[in-house]
Design a protein. Sequence first.
Length: 595
Amino acid sequence: MNKAVEAARMVVQGKQRMTSSEAFVETLVSQGVTDVFGIVGSAYMDALDIFPAAGIRFIPVAHEQGAAHMADGYARVSGRHGVCIGQNGPGITNFVTAIAAAYWAHSPVVAITPETGSMTIGLGGFQETDQLPIFSKITKFQAHVNNPKRMAELTARAFDRALLEMGPVQLNIPRDYFYGEYDYEIPTPIRVERGSGGSASLDAAADALANAKFPVIIAGGGVIMANGFDSTIALAELLNAPVCNSYLHNDTFPAKHRLAVGPLGYHGSKAAMNVINQADVVLALGSRLGPFGVLPQYGFDYWPKDAKLIQVDADAKVLGLVKKTDITVWGDAKEVALALAARLKDRRLACSDNKAERDGRIQAAKDTWSMELRSWDAETDAWSRDVAKESKYMHPRQMLRELEKAMPEHAMVSTDIGNICQVANSYLRFNEPRSMFGAMMFGNCGYAFPTMIGCKLAAPDRPAFAYVGDGAWGISFNELLTCAREKIGVTVCLFNNEQWGAEKKNHVDFYSNRFLGVNLENPSFAAIAKAFGCEGVRVDTLSDVGPALRESVKAQQEGRTTVIELMCTKELGDPFRRDALQVPKRTLAKYQSFQ
Ligand SMILES: Cc1ncc(C[n+]2csc(CCOP(=O)(O)OP(=O)(O)O)c2C)c(N)n1
Ligand SMILES: [Mg+2]
């Protein structure tokens, strides 16, 4: 750190007279904030003005939804706060979708929401809306600065709570409260480690694992948040237990490890499903076992109904919520893994007796799935075969395989919501944590690109890739402006199949191919990227996929973003919501042909 930066990052000590803007900015510094995403606005201009003197970079974006997604990606890759700010009223309502997404991604995002001035609330002036109720169900905590003298206290509390509760928080500030001079003391941040759970529950979990004949671990997102990657490996090796990744968390266990069997969930690994199906004890480490992530897949209801379930989570509210648990441990995934390993290391383990036999079963499941995946070149349902036959473009699975082969080490990949993005779940393997950034359970199209921009800002040395469908691209490509203006280099792998494919699949499966609102006529997205000041390349053949990806990584190092427009057939993998759709039934005469 050079002297000027060091001086900027020094926080004022003890009680001092300062303006509210200064108290606000000093509290950001004390909380370690170095980057804030947003769109400029008069509501907080007095504080924004002094960001540079505090060593805070303001990253101006194209749309506030992008700012909040960037804050999410930034937080997920760094484990630090992601921060966004906007103009009262419309700037703030633009945050909503992205904050809901951050909520389900358990991201410590701080949404700073300046609001209408305190003296005009309720008068229906300019840019007024009641900003607290809007976020009440999608934040872990809401701080409202009800008096300017509480600026430092409440700002600090919002930041502390985001990390303590692992989720987005809102800091709502009437815009006139940025002005005025008071005596403030900047609070010291609360950073406290989580515990390893109660000793009785740990003893019970250790007993169950010691007596298990086929223990299987599910490594969930909590493993990442707890920085528990290594302790999970150690526990798995001690038990010689195979490890499944929970849905969209393919980075919770190294894919190259012999005990790794791959992800559960939609378009996950059949090896993981076959292995967990044989378990007599399942240890869910840092997972809420979200209902969408444990649905039957490939026509296989793999969840082992008779297995004992041990669930470990730092959030008490998710314990036993979705799956009935036999043993619950309320604790940090890393600390619990360490505590269990300490309890088990000198014990006789029932699963040692059949180690060789289990190794054989695990390897067989992995080999079978890997062979199947290698020979699975295209979707085989009648509709897919039909549309692919007429196409000169790439089969999505083959294209995804080429991307996987060309993926550099330390890559970070975000995935959007869409058919090809979900099929990608089978082709995304990681060997280090904080590498995969799925759109998680809020499931909003338009998530992946801005999120990856935030990831790249937090981890500039890592190659960054966003997987996005052409429909979702329409929601999010405005942030190419941010990349070009701020010289941020990421790669967009844009899957162009000229359709909102995931929804079209429902038309095929349930609505007799009555296509409505799903076919897309696209411009050249590669040309659009160039017009925005980024790189754009169109790829129609498999042999060009790897070279284009590698070229884009070079551009990233020079702060340039590339859109690789990958032309794909219209074939479609298994649908998302088979679980939630019903065969249509029409009773009125005029709708009879819509069966
Ligand atoms: C914001 C938002 N709007 C609508 C949906 C519903 N939806 C889910 S998947 C999907 C289609 C995605 O199409 P595309 O991005 O082109 O990917 P593809 O399925 O073709 O691979 C839609 C519209 C959604 N998830 N999020
Ligand atoms: Mg599409």
